[in-house]
Each structure stands twice: as C-alpha cells, then as structure tokens.
Design a protein. Structure first.
Length: 291
C-alpha cells in the first residue's frame, strides 16, 4: 500500500477508535460512589416510637440506641406546642439532643439530656428568612458545634453552638445561629444527617421528585471544606450515593426519615417508613456497611 494510502488508513482507524471509545464512555454509567454503602439487613421500625429519628449513644457504656416518634414526645412538651420531634443526635460525651418544632411561631426548640439524666430546653429564635421546620440535628465530633437543616429545597445547613455542651449556651438565653454550611448543590427535604468524620456527613433525603439527582429518596454525602466552627462559614460538596431501599407490601409514597452512623461498628442506619397501612407492618430501619 502506498505511503499516503497507509497514512489515510491509519488516520481512519484512529478516528474509528476514538469514536468507539467515546461511544463506550457515553454508554457506561458515570463513575460514582453508588456502591460505597451496601445494605446489610433491616429491623422493623415501630410507627409510634421509631418513625422520626434515631441515634447511637456511647455514654454511658452499653447504652441502647435511642429513637424518636410521635409516641416519644412527653405530654408536658407537646401541650406547650412542641408537637413534632425530628432526628436526634448525641455527642461522644453522652449529651443527647432532640430537635422540636411547633405548627406555628418564631422559634425552634432543642431538648437536651445530660449524661447525669437531667433534661433542659434551649430555644432558638428564627433568623430572618429561616424556615420553621426543625427536622434534624448533627453534633460535630468535637461536641462543640451542631448542624441543623430546613425543609424544602435548600442550599445551606445551619450551624449552632451545641446546647448543653458548648460553654456559650444557656437554657435561659436564645440559642444563636453561629455560621452556615453553604452547599454546592441543592438538596431537598433532608430528614437527618450524621457526622462520619470532622469534615464529612451522611444525610437521608425524603426528596419525592428525584429531579436533583436522578432518583428519589437519595442517601447523600456532604464533604465539608473545614470542620464547622462559630468563626466562619464553610462550604459543602454534595454527592448522591444511592437510593434508599423502598420495599413494602403496600404501594404508594415512602418517607425517608432519620439517620445514624455508629463509629464503633461502622454501621449506618436509616429509617424508611412504608406507605399506607403498611406504615404499621413493614416500616424498616435499614443497616448499611461500607463496602
């Protein structure tokens, strides 16, 4: 074959290889961390006492996991208007914190149980533009700072000094917002977050639309630019890892609820409430392991 013909042939083959590789890459699923957390089992979630949130408690040693639901709200709390409890968390020194909201008003409440068993309440007056909803709390590994989120489509989490742990807090004073986590991708209807490390969170989203990440009810990973403090805002990079399990004997709308990461075992747990009548029979707390 003449040199010029060989050159044309080689150029044609190179172009075909390039086009084939491009097509294969386009057809292949994008690289992601979708298989990072693998389902390892499940337990029935009681609709009255285990349907809103959960957390593992390290102090005192041997403490049982804590859950929240409408049936865990004390009468003395609900009669004062705090009729919804969200996903709780606990500091590594044993302070247990539940987030509360009311149907209306200008404040949120955080109910704290100290390691000695004593309860106290910390009220936060809403900042301008802040949503009334109070679905979850996540305490930083150092115990000093607490994150909380707002319902709907949001691009931020709120940072507070941890009530009962941070020395600047008092039940007799307003709990102020200290900073903001600015997210690089919108999230919707986050029901719970928990710290995996000082700069990483896992969050459960009840997103019913699926337009933000391509599927509904995603498990989200938030990588922070720095550990949150009260001295300034930090940014958060959002990654959707996988869809939470949606299995039931009933058809209809599931509800993703609270989340917990137990650093002692490396186990992630997420509550998913079943639709319709099956909320009573096959709502689950799913367990995941990092694969």
């Amino acid at each position: 074959m003449p040199l010029r013909a060989r050159q044309r042939c080689h150029a044609l083959l190179a172009a075909l290889v390039t086009l084939t590789a491009t097509a294969l890459l386009a057809a292949a699923p994008p690289a992601s961390a979708a298989d990072t957390w693998t389902e390892a089992g499940s337990d029935r979630a009681d609709p009255l006492t285990e349907s809103q949130g959960l957390t593992s408690v390290e102090v005192p040693a041997g403490s049982a996991n804590r859950y929240t639901g409408i049936g865990t709200i004390p009468i003395g709390v609900s009669t004062r208007g705090w009729n919804h409890v969200g996903d709780p968390d606990a500091s590594y020194d044993g302070h247990y914190i539940e987030p509360y909201q009311a149907d209306s008003g200008t404040a949120k409440m955080y109910r704290v149980q100290a390691p000695n068993g004593a309860w106290s309440e910390y009220v936060h007056t809403l900042s301008p533009g802040e949503a009334l909803n109070n679905s979850w709390v996540a305490v930083s590994p150092d115990g000093q700072w607490m994150l909380s989120g707002e319902w709907g489509t949001m691009t931020r989490f709120l940072v507070f000094p941890t009530p009962g742990v941070n020395a600047s807090t008092s039940p007799s004073a307003n709990l102020p917002q200290a900073a903001t986590v600015t997210l690089d991708h919108a999230v919707r209807d986050v029901q719970g977050c928990d710290f995996v490390s000082a700069t990483q969170l896992l969050c459960s989203s009840d997103d019913p639309a699926g337009t933000l990440f391509g599927y509904t009810k995603p498990l989200l990973q938030i990588d922070l630019s720095a550990a949150p403090t009260g001295s300034g805002n930090v940014s958060g990079h959002v990654t959707a890892l996988r869809q939470l399990p949606l299995r039931s004997s009933c058809s209809g709308s599931f509800e993703a609820e609270g989340i917990d990461y137990d650093r002692r075992t490396g186990t992630l747990r997420v509550i998913v409430v079943s639709p319709g009548f099956c909320v009573l029979t096959d709502s689950k707390t799913y367990r995941f392991n990092r694969s």
